[in-house]
Design a protein around this ligand. Structure first.
Ligand code: NOJ
Length: 511
């Protein structure tokens, strides 16, 4: 296990995902922007996170919420300017908050000048920057699972896209592509960003034989199954590049494969990703069996190779965890205790600290081609509508109960979800056991997940009761209840009883 004092910042950090369209709006156009983020850095500081990962803000036709980029080194006017982003980075650093950007290496927009040039003709100098074929194979794209190949009439070939036809895949076998994308990273690293979340990084390597994949016949999209050795070579190149910069810049990969063993390979021999997202908890319902298996698997597979885990319950691509748990705030709060007390770096998706639920939209009001609008609704800052978003109507509606769940309404409410996240983050910040300690499962009732976190002389016990009945936990020694998901009993001796769907962090009782 790493020693606390020489551990890199990202191991003890808690990272907050900002989905910029929905975070905060500074100019009243109904879409969040970079100045909106800057204006709320103190909120994030008070919440107690250490770093922000900002989903893409680059120039884009916005066919896929900005994950279709037509200029990697400029900011889309919807979000502001490059100057705004420079200011945000400086303002965040002044508050000791790190800033991570989203790097999208697998595909560009079809409006990117590289693709426009590539598709101009078969003899274009950039033809080989993308993947062109005379015949398609059976590969399937995300968002509906149609063919991953689109016929280009002008140049009479098919091009590959693992996502929308407006998102052609780059050919990372071409050294010019590698060099151009490395330049993108240098551009941002020199501007001071502290690292990158890398979009579907396991997709960049492609089967050089373009064989049909039987799993596509069964309905799988390539994004969930692609796992080629070449992606590892690409990653080693990216890692060498970021390692040239001081300050432990970090690479966090979105390896959207459900097998932890396969994901573990993307850490390489500490020469690829620093961390990879771990997807099973993002799919999981409120189920102790699923969580227990998933945590054990991470501990076994990643622990064996000293690869540092990550934990995340919600993001912009999936249903919010409160909604996945049947809308129960109590469960969502108990899950927050789990998220912030496991071994590894936790990610908070904006709004989960307020207990937001998904919005429901009818077909006419949907924006996202992948049907993922539910979790992307704007953050309610104030209790009264329009909740701090004065001006044009917001690009998506607010979620249910936006008023009572707003930051303003929960601020200084000791029993609020926001206050719980603050207490959890403060507890984690002052405990090396929670930040960096070992994880050891304790025997417990099947509906209770219990574990010990330990680092030198610091120790915490965590118990999560998944059942609708209270449960007893037998502990040999006396413990103090430090944080409870429902705020009950904090600071008092732990009685041994967990209320229904309650989670607690215990610390050693001081005489
Ligand atoms: C993963 C991103 O999180 C998602 O929003 C996007 O649609 C795909 N990658 C394609 O870039």
């Amino acid at each position: 296990m790493s020693k606390a004092n020489d551990a890199p910042w990202w191991k003890s950090a808690v990272i907050y995902q900002v989905y910029p369209r929905s975070f905060a709006d500074s100019n009243g156009d109904g879409v969040g922007d970079i100045r909106g983020i800057s204006a709320h850095l103190d909120y994030l500081k008070t919440l107690g996170v250490d770093a922000l990962w900002i989903s893409p803000v680059f120039r884009s036709p916005m066919c896929d919420g900005g994950y279709d980029i037509c200029d990697y080194t400029d900011v889309d006017p919807l979000f502001g300017t490059l100057d705004d982003l420079d200011t945000l980075i400086a303002d965040a650093h002044r508050r000791d908050l790190k800033v991570l950007l989203d790097f999208v290496p697998n595909h560009t927009s079809d409006q990117h000048p590289w693709f426009i040039e590539s598709s101009a003709g078969r003899d274009s100098a950039k033809r080989d920057w993308y993947v062109w074929r005379d015949q398609p194979n059976n590969w399937r794209a995300a968002f509906g699972g149609n063919s991953a190949w689109t016929w280009h009439e002008g140049s009479q070939q098919y091009y590959l896209h693992f996502f929308l036809p407006q998102q052609p895949d780059l050919n990372w076998h071409n050294p010019e592509v590698v060099a151009a994308m490395h330049e993108v990273l240098h551009f941002w690293l020199k501007r001071g960003v502290d690292g990158f979340r890398i979009d579907v990084v396991h997709c960049v390597g492609k089967d050089p034989h373009f064989n049909d994949d039987p799993r596509c016949l069964a309905g799988e999209a390539m994004v969930h199954i692609n796992d080629q050795p070449h992606s590892h070579e690409v990653l080693r190149g990216l890692r060498r590049l970021v390692d040239e910069y001081p300050g432990e810049r970090v690479l966090i990969g979105e390896v959207n494969i459900r097998s932890t063993r396969q994901v573990a390979a993307y850490y390489g021999a500490s020469d690829e990703l620093h961390m990879s997202f771990n997807f099973p908890p993002l799919d999981a319902g409120w189920d102790p069996v699923v969580f227990r298996l998933c945590i054990r698997e991470v501990e076994n597979e990643l622990g064996a190779m000293l690869a540092w885990p990550t934990w995340v319950l919600s993001n912009h691509d999936v249903s919010r965890h409160r909604s996945r748990y049947g809308g129960s705030l109590r469960r969502a709060q108990a899950a927050a205790v789990l998220l912030l007390s496991l071994r590894g770096t936790p990610f908070i998706f904006q709004g989960e600290e307020l207990g937001l639920e998904d919005i429901e939209l009818n077909e006419r009001n949907r924006v996202d081609p992948g049907g993922r609008d539910g979790s992307r609704s704007p953050l309610p800052w104030t209790e009264q509508a329009p909740h701090g978003w004065a001006g044009a109507p917001t690009w998506l509606p607010f979620s249910l109960h936006a008023g009572p769940l707003s930051v303003e309404a929960q601020h200084q409410q000791p029993t609020s979800t926001l206050a719980l996240y603050q207490r959890l983050l403060s507890c984690r910040r002052t405990s090396k056991a929670l930040q960096l300690g070992d994880w050891q499962e304790l025997p417990s009732h099947p509906q209770v997940l219990a574990y010990r976190r330990e680092h030198e002389d610091d120790e915490r016990l965590v118990c999560i009761n998944f059942s609708e009945a209270s449960q007893v936990v037998s502990l040999a020694e006396p413990w103090t209840l430090q944080v409870a998901s429902d705020g009950q009993g904090e600071g008092r001796p732990f009685t041994g009883w967990l209320a229904a769907e309650q989670a607690v962090i215990l610390c050693r009782r001081t005489a």
